[in-house]
Ligand binder design. Structure first.
Ligand code: DC
Length: 223
């Protein structure tokens, strides 16, 4: 067993509900939520701030921008900060979403993010969500969850979240296509660990998925 507090990993494709599920599971366990995607997003936002064309971005220049990014530990989470400030709206914005997959392919940046995520888990119990938390970052975590949902289900949830209403058929189709394209771009690093517990969220409520994961975590957490 690693000499580290308890870790739960939650991985899965875009819009599978990882972050909101991880946040609620962390809250129920009294652990902290670590959203690894927020670090890739913050580094992308920091790089955008430097102003030149994304086609010119080298891995070296992205790693340089990463120096402006840090974690701010809160009561229940670790917030990704740029120049010491949390910039949630900026890192969730469309400009970052369009460029983050390109940045997340960079091998040395992945090592940098993985180190930051492991650091967050040295002193606290964490629920870490992302793509490769169970395969690369915490392969020995006692509980690894792989969250899945049909692309059309994920697309509907995303539109509902964004607009607060049911999608029109053509909106749903466009969003599903966009999600499938993103799945393809992120597919290399988005894999379930061989011993992950699969949770298909297509037909269950968020409260049910959270309850299921919390129950598994309590079974596996040492007393
Ligand atoms: O989950 P998200 O949309 O916030 O992730 C943002 C991007 O970062 C997305 O392109 C996938 C990538 N990512 C990754 O490659 N590995 C992770 N552990 C987390 C996110």
């Amino acid at each position: 067993m690693p000499d580290r507090p308890f870790v739960v990993t939650i991985d899965g494709p875009a819009a599978s509900g990882k972050s909101s599920t991880a946040r609620m599971v962390a809250e129920a366990l009294g652990a902290r939520h670590v959203d690894s995607g927020s670090l890739y997003r913050a580094v992308t936002a920091a790089r955008i701030r430097e102003g030149d064309e994304p086609q010119l971005w080298t891995e070296e220049s992205v790693l340089h921008a990463a120096r402006r990014v840090s974690w701010q530990p809160g009561e229940t989470t670790f917030l990704a900060c740029i120049d010491g400030r949390p910039e949630e709206a900026e890192i969730r914005g469309d400009a970052v979403t369009a460029l983050v997959s390109q940045v997340a392919q960079m091998r040395h940046l992945r090592l940098w993010v993985n180190d930051r995520v492991r650091e967050a888990a040295t002193a606290h119990e964490v629920v870490a969500d992302g793509r490769d938390m169970g395969t690369v970052v915490f392969p020995d975590a006692p509980l690894k969850v792989w969250l899945v949902a049909l692309p059309s289900v994920r697309a509907r949830r995303r539109i509902l979240q964004r607009t607060g209403r049911e999608p029109m058929p053509e909106e749903l189709e466009a969003e599903t296509e966009e999600l499938e394209a993103r799945d393809l771009r992120d597919s290399e690093q988005t894999q379930p660990a061989p011993d992950a517990v699969w949770v298909d969220t297509s037909g269950i409520t968020q409260a049910e998925q959270v309850a299921r994961i919390v129950a598994l975590a309590l079974e596996r957490r040492p007393n």
